[in-house]
Design a protein around this ligand. Structure first.
Ligand code: AGP
Length: 600
């Protein structure tokens, strides 16, 4: 990281910049530089080495506006040419920068094609030429347009001979604050550079541009340009009769999108860029609260099992509409995770704002880029699924489970999870898209099953441990799509009352992969069979024994226990879809429902 400082006021800028820069030198000391507007001749001074080595050489320009920089080299060697401030072709725009311009090579190649002459290898210089390209007399307009093309992190301060009486500053990720003094304004990477002049500071937020003038300043909020990841045609049904079926058939792709570029199999870990800014804070977390609504809350319940068993962090789940009115006992080592496809669900957002008021670290698992949840949480994971149009959620649920599995590895590897376990989970995750494709090939078979069971009016879904929430999700999907009565419970709960409902008219769907609780599920299946209830089982390929116990079996491929929900839910989404079609309902727009519940 580098240090930048700027001054505009009624005093000679150089000595103030010098003292500020010395206080920032801990941030990097490969080289340093100044630019000061001086009536006679603008003063540019850059040196490789520490400030103290050159103090005796410093002239004393009288200008009252200037910027300065101390460098920790990232892009470009430690040379005077790569030292800041950088400038444009006409040496009219001068700029200091703390951060990294990730797409600078592409921008540089384009600018050179357009005739710009570069004098350094430093990524920062592209900013000067971009501003030069867009400068039409107003510096902040030039800066605003230039930054739209930039990807990366920056805290910058810019001055221009053509629009002299101001310093334009901007920030994205890199820290930047304004020092509000008497008849003077400062800008700096941290408070230590301004504290000798003022204690009044304004910390700029991401995407804010401030214009500092001798007698005032104003801040512009630049709304980041966000790219819709999915192509227009994807919003079309692509030949499917309903978005619901299209989105179910995209569930394998959903896993692929969610895990792409995030699995580090050799390290047995995952890369979640969206959490990097809070990595340190996450290490101190010893309790997790997961909050969501509807289908997303069932994903949270699967996450609860994953995080406790594999990341060793106590976790609890609550639904947004309840959590917002609870008085949860939380402390600074608690973090709250909010899961929402739309990122606009009112109950989940209200719970989020409650936790923010209490200063709790908040994470979001969100699909819609730039949604309120994504903006208001401290950090998060995008599920990257493209748009989910059908009201009933399907691929978003799968994306949320994949995100929770990656979060489990991310947090687990920060704590007790061993490399070998991390490798097992991550390499299994990498196989899931193909395994999901295998399950999706069962669609015609599941359509037949829906036909066979279309006359029943009530359905029970049972599952245990990781697949208990899948029983709830299966029931919700059938309810919201087919308007049939359906319940989802833990297999072990049946004998505590609900079993009374079971008879030959009340089919049960048992989600019973060959996992650590399979034997227990078998006893629950026998309880139901004993009451004459028709039964469908979702079981692991190769399990022939189950055929003898139930009427119909849907086989899913074998995978790690914690990942079985990502496969076992797919047949339930298809079953609900085909049942709804058979019953002639508008599958994409079920009655009484809305895609994003933005009201309480
Ligand atoms: C699910 O099929 C429903 N559409 C509903 O339960 C949904 O999951 C819930 O409203 C939460 O929506 P969100 O993920 O956008 O917050």
């Amino acid at each position: 990281m580098c240090g930048i400082v700027g001054y505009i006021g009624k005093k000679p800028a150089f000595p103030i910049l010098l003292s500020g820069l010395k206080r920032l030198e801990y941030r990097g000391y490969d080289s340093f530089g100044f630019f000061v507007f001086d009536k006679e001749k603008p003063f540019l001074f850059k040196k490789v080495g520490k400030i103290s080595q050159f103090e005796q050489d410093f002239p004393n320009p009288s200008g009252e506006i200037g910027i300065a920089h101390t460098r920790w080299a990232t892009t470009g060697e430690v040379t005077e040419a790569n030292a800041h401030p950088h400038f444009d072709c006409q040496k009219e725009i001068f700029l200091v920068h703390n951060g990294i311009i990730e797409n600078y090579q592409a921008l540089k190649a384009k600018l050179i094609k357009e005739g710009h002459k570069f004098t350094s290898e430093c990524d920062t210089e592209v900013l000067c030429h971009l501003i030069e390209k867009y400068f039409e007399g107003n510096l902040e307009e030039g800066v605003r347009k230039a930054l739209r093309e930039v990807r990366g992190a920056y805290g910058i301060a810019v001055v221009s001979k053509k629009d002299p009486e101001k310093i334009v500053v901007a920030r994205l990720s890199s820290p930047l604050l304004l020092g509000i003094g008497n008849d003077e304004l400062l800008v700096a990477s941290d408070p230590s550079a301004v504290i000798t002049r003022t204690r009044q500071v304004i910390n700029l937020d991401d995407n804010e541009i401030a214009v500092l003038k001798p007698d005032n300043f104003f801040i512009l909020k630049e709304k980041p340009l966000e790219t819709i990841e999915w192509e227009g045609e994807k919003a079309e049904k692509k030949g499917y009769p309903y978005f619901m079926l299209k989105e179910i058939m995209e569930e394998s792709e959903a896993i692929e999108n969610a895990i792409r570029g995030r699995l580090a199999i050799e390290e047995g870990s995952v890369k979640l860029g969206g959490l990097d800014t809070i990595q340190g804070k996450l290490r101190k977390i010893n309790r997790l609260i997961l909050v969501a609504c509807g289908t997303a809350s069932f994903a949270a319940r699967v996450g609860e099992y994953m995080l406790e068993e594999y990341a060793g962090i106590p976790a609890e789940v609550d639904i947004g509409s309840e959590f917002r009115y609870r008085k949860p006992v939380v402390d600074k080592n608690t973090a709250a995770i909010f899961i929402s496809q739309s990122g606009e669900t009112a109950d989940t957002l209200a719970a989020l704002r409650e936790m923010k008021k209490k200063g709790i670290l908040t994470l979001g698992i969100t699909n819609v880029v730039g949604s309120a949840q994504a903006r208001e949480t401290d950090a998060g994971i995008y599920t990257r699924l493209g748009s989910e149009i059908a009201v009933a959620s399907s691929k978003a649920f799968i994306g949320q489970l994949a995100a929770l599995a990656m979060l489990t590895v991310y947090l687990g590897r920060q704590k007790e999870m061993a490399l070998i376990m991390g490798k097992r989970i991550v390499s299994e995750l990498a196989k899931l898209p193909d395994l999901a494709r295998e399950v999706l090939k069962l669609a015609p078979e599941i359509e037949k099953l829906a036909k066979k069971y279309q006359d029943y009016k009530n359905f029970w879904f049972i599952g245990r441990k990781y697949n208990f929430p899948i029983a709830s999700e299966g029931a919700l999907k059938l309810k919201e799509l087919s308007y049939l009565h359906a319940e989802g419970t833990a297999g072990g709960e049946l004998k505590h009352g609900s079993l009374a409902l079971i008879d030959e008219n009340f089919p049960t769907i048992a989600i019973c992969p060959s996992d650590s609780v399979y034997e227990k599920m078998v006893s629950n299946i026998e309880e139901v069979k004993a009451r004459g209830g028709p039964m469908i089982a979702v079981a692991t390929q190769g399990n022939e024994e189950i055929r003898k116990l139930v009427d119909d079996v849907i086989y899913i491929p074998k995978t790690l226990e914690m990942l079985t929900p990502i496969l076992s839910v797919i047949p339930l989404h298809l079953f609900a879809y085909y049942m709804a079609v058979l019953l002639g309902h508008d599958v994409d727009r079920p009655r009484n429902l809305a895609k994003s519940v933005t009201v309480e």
